[in-house]
Design a binder for this molecule. Structure first.
Ligand code: GCO
Ligand code: MG
Length: 409
């Protein structure tokens, strides 16, 4: 069997997606997700110009060798563009292997370790009543775990509060990026945030009781000591996790946070390789691995990092916003179903329009996600539907402090 074609398809049903479709001489096709939010065309060009020519005539069954070849032969390693491109190839080859074997990918990874995946949804509100409504809505939809984000008095626009973008008519597949020629500027005040957030969690606990698993995303905005302080002040509210409390490039910062708080920590949605997690796992500085198959080089490295994490009782919490396409989401759902140390899966659900372009076997029933039992990943791209939605420039927002200083978004 050999690869005879590899096509890069860019489509924008409710947001931009980059998909790689690999075709074999037997007529089997496989899909991979290469979507890098706000930098989509860089990955499309990396694939089209540099990777597709290397794939032709290769044996699609040699997944590990192809991964190592693309990683090592480039010499210039890692980085989100490179790793998203390699991820797409890796996923597409697993998809092909599953289809040839007549098995869903999770069976090839060791079979199911559970009946389905617990998922968390994004509840948010500009104030407490709006937040409560959003939590109730998510509970009605069946979510068993809830992420809580709110506005902060004195700050115009804060990460993760859906109504902010909704009211300005810019909602971009339920997430903060927006279409347009330039990114939107937001503002930020960490001290105001640290004062406000514990009260929000106290109100949520009072309303919804002690058992509901609650999560929060700090979105890389705090210094280590601020993160330590927040973790400590949230301890009475028993969070399931506090995510991205610091910009994790400085991994040693997590030692300081850990010394001060027992609030569980989740990190890694912007990480690209297993090596990015080495220190954090070995020193047990985190509790959940936030990698996404798409930005992490695919299914193969995701399985490897989780096997490493298992030695330290660290669990998965894969990154599943809508900028991970249905293909990427399926890829990590297969991994989540198979591994022993699954924690929770982030699940925002794509728009109906996106789902009309990506036909899927994935189900979300009674709070449980399942990738389905179709051979391969369980996603097919309707290319005719995809062609009706050409790429549109879109950017994530960015942050400035009151005095104009750029801050992490
Ligand atoms: C999350 C993330 C996302 C990112 C987005 C950037 O926890 O889901 O923080 O919302 O901001 O994926 O493209
Ligand atoms: Mg996040």
């Amino acid at each position: 069997m050999k690869i005879i074609a590899a096509d890069v398809i860019v489509t924008s049903p409710s947001r931009n997606f980059v998909t790689l479709k690999i075709t074999t001489n037997d007529g089997v096709t496989g899909l991979g997700d290469a979507t890098l939010n706000g930098r989509e065309l860089a990955v499309a060009a990396y694939l089209r110009e540099h990777i597709v020519p290397l794939l032709l005539d290769r044996d699609p069954h040699r997944i590990e060798d192809t991964w190592q070849f693309l990683y090592r032969s480039a010499y210039w390693r890692r980085g989100s563009v490179t790793m998203a491109a390699i991820a797409a190839v890796d996923m597409a080859l697993w998809d092909i292997k599953g289809k040839v074997a007549g098995l869903p990918v999770y069976q090839l990874l060791g079979g199911a370790s559970r009946t389905g995946l617990a998922a968390y949804g994004h509840a948010s509100g500009r104030d407490i009543p709006e937040l409560f409504d959003s939590i109730k809505m998510h509970l009605e939809d069946g979510y068993t775990h809830i992420r809580v984000q709110t506005s902060i008095p004195g700050v115009r626009a804060v990460y993760g509060v859906a109504a902010q973008t909704q009211s300005s008519g810019e909602r971009y597949d339920y997430e903060p990026a927006s279409r347009g020629a330039l990114p939107v500027e937001e503002d930020w005040d960490t001290r105001a945030y640290l004062r406000h957030l514990p009260g929000v969690f106290e109100a949520v606990r009072n309303e919804f009781g002690p058992t509901l698993p609650l999560l929060h995303d700090g979105h890389h905005r705090m210094t280590p000591i601020q993160a330590a302080k927040l973790g400590k002040s949230l301890e009475p509210f028993d969070l399931f996790w506090l995510e991205d409390c610091t910009p994790a490039e400085n991994q040693e910062a997590l030692r300081l946070v850990r010394q001060h708080t027992t609030t569980p920590l989740a990190i890694g949605e912007v990480f690209n390789t297993v090596w990015d997690f080495q220190l954090l796992i070995r020193e047990q500085l985190i509790d959940y691995v936030r990698a996404a198959s798409t930005h992490f080089g695919g299914i193969s490295p995701l399985k490897k990092v989780m096997d490493y994490a298992a030695q330290y009782q660290i669990k998965s919490g894969f990154h599943g916003p809508t900028d991970v396409s249905p293909v990427g989401l399926a890829a990590q759902a297969h991994v989540g179903l198979a591994i022993h140390n699954f924690g929770v899966q982030e699940y925002m659900a794509h728009s109906d329009r996106t789902n009309s372009v990506f036909e899927q076997t994935m189900t979300f029933k009674d709070g449980s996600l399942h990738p389905g039992d179709a051979p391969g990943l369980g996603v097919e791209l309707n290319e005719e539907a995809a062609a009706a939605f050409p790429y549109q420039q879109a950017y994530l927002p960015y942050n400035r402090l009151a005095d104009g200083t750029m801050h992490d978004w």
